[in-house]
Design a protein around this ligand. Structure first.
Ligand SMILES: *Cc1c(COP(=O)(O)O)cnc(C)c1O
Length: 398
């Protein structure tokens, strides 16, 4: 039997006709899109018709996800990237030129700090780090070439709250682009565009997607011309997110509001619980009265303290080891924003590059933990943390 006697297995089969439509979002992994003829392709590239051509330039699952996050941020035209770092990189490379200077928060996400300190200078872009809770420090870091500010609203892992009003005012005064990495706060607690920001960045990997199974970022500029520069950078440098990850993240967003509110409420309760446990030296949560930026947090975050809590136990590294081992059901993992509670230890992960003295200077000891609180039953979380802390601080090795 010859191959011509049956339909070719290589020819694609058209999608079955259906009078009904799928309720779930379809997943479209196609890299390329076929057009009717060159005129049709012209029409598409010239914006007279809508359509996809090659998935690095955009695909349906990325577009659906980006439009949803646009809606959350009160933005239009944002783009999904392959990771949060791709989003930070696309914003900086898309908007700054050699010879420009940027002032960045001094406690940014570790890789963002590295981008500022190692990569930008290599490309001829100057960067100075400053404390975003101290507007005078930012003022002192200004250069004639300064074009942009990059900050996170709530810092990792000490949960300091940036002076967003002061920074927005400084950006206006000196005509700087205010770029805000809104990963920790999410648009549920803070919408940067409502407060003078020019660019909003997310690691979608974290709270937005919410299940630690998709790696993506998102970036949007308020000004469409600047957005065009960022979008072009994403396409040229190849930073597009994969359809499957976009599909997972969009699915994660259905429950985002519920997850964030519950996790935030759990975090506030867990913070107070931890504060009452013997052996806990201090607890950091932005809405607690003993937090150094409590007033600013109450003012900026609309009553949502977020899902991150940090605390310090007595007993150094030995206690830290005992605590993570005793908290066997809580993933000890360097991430955040998962639907379940996770625990991270700055001295051995995000801040391992600093020596002990430099860590102590920003309040990170061997007993310092950051908790990304999930949506579990709060009674369960309280019990697990009470047991873990008790195991950490009980006398050892006598
Ligand atoms: C995780 C994170 C990033 C980087 O995101 P990835 O998706 O891991 O690349 C950037 N900023 C903040 C605040 C983060 O927590």
């Amino acid at each position: 039997m010859s191959d011509t006697d049956r339909p070719s297995l290589i020819r694609r089969t058209p999608w079955p006709e259906s009078a009904s439509r799928p309720v779930g979002t379809p997943l479209q992994p196609s890299v390329v899109y076929a057009s009717r003829n060159p005129d049709a392709l012209d029409a598409q590239y010239e914006g007279r018709t809508e359509g996809f051509a090659y998935s690095r330039e955009g695909h349906p699952n990325a577009q659906i996800l980006a439009t949803k996050i646009d809606g959350m941020e009160g933005a239009v035209g944002g783009i999904v990237t392959s990771s949060g770092m791709a989003a930070v990189t696309a914003a900086v490379l898309g908007l700054l030129n050699a010879g420009d200077h940027i002032i960045a928060g001094d406690q940014l996400y570790g890789r963002s700090l590295r981008l500022m300190q190692e990569d930008l200078p290599r490309l001829g872009i100057g960067a100075t780090l400053a404390d975003p809770t101290d507007i005078e420090a930012f003022r002192k870091a200004l250069h004639p070439e300064t074009r942009a500010i990059l900050v996170e609203v709530v810092s990792n892992p000490t949960l300091r709250v940036a002076d967003m009003e002061g920074l927005a005012q400084l950006a206006r005064e000196y005509d700087l682009l205010l770029m805000v990495d809104n990963t920790f706060t999410t648009p549920r607690a803070y919408r940067p565009f409502d407060h003078g920001a020019d660019v909003v960045i997310h690691s979608v990997t974290k709270l937005l997607a919410g299940h630690s199974d998709a790696m993506l970022g998102y970036v949007v500029a308020k000004n469409p011309a600047l957005q065009e520069q960022i979008t072009t950078t994403v396409i040229t440098w190849g930073m597009v997110g994969s359809p499957f990850d976009c599909w997972l993240a969009e699915r994660g967003l259905y429950s985002f509001d519920l997850r964030f509110d519950r996790a935030s409420q759990n975090a506030a309760e867990l913070a107070d619980h931890l504060g009452g446990l013997p052996g806990v030296r201090r607890v950091l949560y932005p809405l607690r009265a003993d937090h150094p930026d409590h007033n600013r947090a109450a003012h900026l975050l609309g009553g949502q303290g977020g899902n991150m809590v940090s605390f310090e136990v007595e007993g150094g590294r030995a206690a830290a080891n005992a605590l993570t081992e005793a908290a066997a059901n809580i993933a000890f993992a360097p991430t955040l924003g998962d639907i379940g509670t996770t625990l991270s230890h700055a001295a051995s992960s995000s801040h391992r590059g600093l020596d002990a003295a430099a860590r102590e200077a920003i309040g990170i000891s061997e007993g310092f933990f950051r908790v990304s609180v999930g949506v579990e039953d709060i009674a369960l979380l309280k019990r697990e943390f009470a047991e873990a802390v008790a195991a950490a601080v009980k006398p050892r090795g006598v």
